[in-house]
Design a protein around this ligand. Structure first.
Ligand code: G1P
Ligand code: ZN
Length: 539
């Protein structure tokens, strides 16, 4: 039986950089999720012919929302739902499932790398048939629906048991519970040299994969331990937990400190990788060595010929404007197309669909390729393993020889968190207005050569997006400013700082960028406006 329930709009259902992200308790308000789902369905014509994937990263409230999706989709006469077994699917595997099965989209329940639990965050990433998250015009249409919603439809069919693969039904909607792992593993096998990686992992090479109690645990166990012969125990924090076991599932130097401490200790293994809650982000570490995400993209690109799927050539590469210029050096040397887009993986999709790029990345621990339309943490890990299997060099040596060849783009991101929204908006507005006057000014020896708002003109759909403010200096250094679009409380100012060096290759970024960080604060007036003398988080 289908019921129509009266409701009133919530005014905050606006998608950010990657889907709708809210404090869990906000998402648990009466009809909150129902309103949002109905708003999405209201924007999709001919639902009786449409099929979607449903799953999530295992965080608190996932299993409740999956049942809501089943009932609301069925009441809206959706043709078919593929539900990931146990409700678990990683963002990258979800993208592959959409593309392989020609689905019309997916609901991936995740707030990505944000903490989970009832006091943490909840989120919904809504993907379309592109395999990636919906485009800005689509999220705008959904928001408009959400602002005027009056009712939603819901079936009262029984909750569906997600623990076994099988096919059942709710109203006229076919519900297929699927294995979310098998096709993803086959996809990875079609890209990388599994035989070589297996040899490496069967040798005395020591590798740790940290799933941070997120969704990649079962993927990594099946991939590394069961398929590629890595010893049992290679995958740590391997069980998806509703609150990530208290971890903040963001693979960076701060939140994966336990892994960083291991890699900088006497008993460090040769190689470590960590993934975030939903498996799209990655962090790469060697013995006493950290590979910055911007360098990671550059190094992988430089080594593409070592990978079976890419050895005959790749299209171009792309990075977000905030990411360092390291990959541009490689693109220029290898004669590859190069693109710079706004922050957010959705901006890479058109470039991939039109065969302009093969690889892309963001400074925020995201690297990926056109095998899917999301960033992919396990793909990045396998890419490194494949390079190591070929080169038999340490991570540090691989990075050092890269910097000797191309120079090093020292890079840091400074985050000023929990700023009142009006203060943050004013800071950005004032800064934007001051840009023309910065040109030619000398800040402690750094002379501004150019300063402008970053505007991206998409070569495919011709849309134009403004995201962030860029300040260039005569020595090639850069600062980029933007406000985060994924937070759930207050505003976060992100300041991205970069300086290019060809000589001092093994210094600490904090040392090399100390002066420029000060300059960045001077230019933004962040201390005056927020009272914060230093960033809250430096990555
Ligand atoms: C952050 C990252 C961005 C990434 C997004 C989703 O967004 O900076 O690169 O695409 O998370 O993982 P932000 O909070 O900066 O808007
Ligand atoms: Zn993520």
């Amino acid at each position: 039986m289908i019921e129509t329930i009266k409701t009133t709009p919530y005014t905050d259902q606006k998608m950010g950089t990657a889907g709708l992200r809210k404090k869990t308790k906000i998402a648990m308000q009466e009809n909150y999720i129902e309103n949002f789902l109905q708003s999405i369905f209201n924007t999709i014509p001919n639902l009786e012919n449409k099929s979607f994937l449903v799953g999530g990263d295992g965080r608190f409230y996932n299993s409740v929302v999956i049942q809501k999706i089943i009932k609301i989709a069925s009441a809206n006469n959706v043709k078919k739902l593929l539900i990931a077994k146990d409700g678990l699917v990683s963002t990258p595997a979800g993208s592959h499932i959409i593309l392989k099965n020609h689905l019309d989209g997916a609901f991936v329940l995740s707030a990505s790398h944000n903490p989970g639990g009832i006091d943490g965050d909840f989120g919904i990433k809504y993907a379309t048939s592109s395999g990636g998250q919906c485009q800005p015009d689509e999220s705008k249409a959904i928001q408009e629906e959400a602002l005027k919603i009056k009712e939603y439809k819901i079936s009262n069919c029984q909750d569906i048991d997600l623990s076994k693969t099988r096919t059942t039904q709710c109203e006229n909607t076919i519900i297929e519970i699927i294995d979310p792992y098998v096709d993803y593993i086959k996809l990875m096998e079609s890209i990388f040299d599994f035989k070589k990686i297996k040899e490496l992992l069967s040798s005395d090479f020591r590798f740790v994969f940290d799933a941070m109690n997120g969704v990649t645990g079962p993927y990594a166990k099946k991939m590394f331990e069961e398929t590629l012969n890595a010893p049992k125990g290679t995958v740590i924090n391997a069980t998806p937990l509703e609150d990530f076991g208290g971890l903040h599932p963001d693979p960076n130097l701060i939140y994966a400190k336990h892994l960083v401490d291991l890699m900088y200790s006497e008993s460090a293994p040769d190689f470590a990788a960590a993934n975030d809650g939903d498996g799209d982000r990655n962090m790469i570490l060697g013995k006493s060595f950290f590979v910055s995400p911007s360098d990671c993209l550059a190094i992988l690109t430089d080594n593409y010929k070592l990978i079976p799927a890419y050895k005959n050539g790749i299209y171009g590469v792309a990075k977000s404007a905030a990411t360092s210029m390291a990959v541009k050096k490689v693109a220029d040397a290898l004669n590859l197309g190069f693109y710079e887009v706004p922050t957010g993986w959705k901006y890479f999709i058109n470039l991939m669909d039109s065969n302009r790029i093969s690889f892309c990345g963001e400074e925020s621990f995201g690297t990926g390729a056109s095998h899917i339309r999301e960033k992919d943490g396990i793909w990045a890990t396998l890419f490194w393993l494949n390079i190591i299997a070929e080169k038999r060099q340490s991570i540090k040596d691989i990075a050092l020889s890269h910097w000797k060849k191309y120079g090093r783009n020292y890079y840091l991101r400074n985050d000023f968190e929990n700023i009142p929204q009006n203060v943050a908006d004013k800071l950005m507005e004032d800064l934007e207005n001051s840009l023309p006057s910065l040109i030619n000014q000398n800040f402690s020896g750094y002379i501004v050569s150019d300063a402008y708002p970053f505007i991206y003109n998409d070569p495919v759909d011709k849309t134009s997006t403004k995201n962030g403010l860029v300040v260039h200096f005569t020595d090639g250094s850069r600062i980029v400013y933007r406000l985060s679009g994924t937070g759930t409380s207050g505003a976060t100012l992100r300041t991205y700082i970069e300086r290019y060096e060809t000589n001092n290759l093994l210094e600490a970024p904090e040392t090399m960028l100390e002066e420029l960080s000060k300059v960045s604060r001077q230019i933004s007036k962040v201390t005056e406006l927020t009272g914060k003398a230093k960033p809250d988080i430096i990555t």
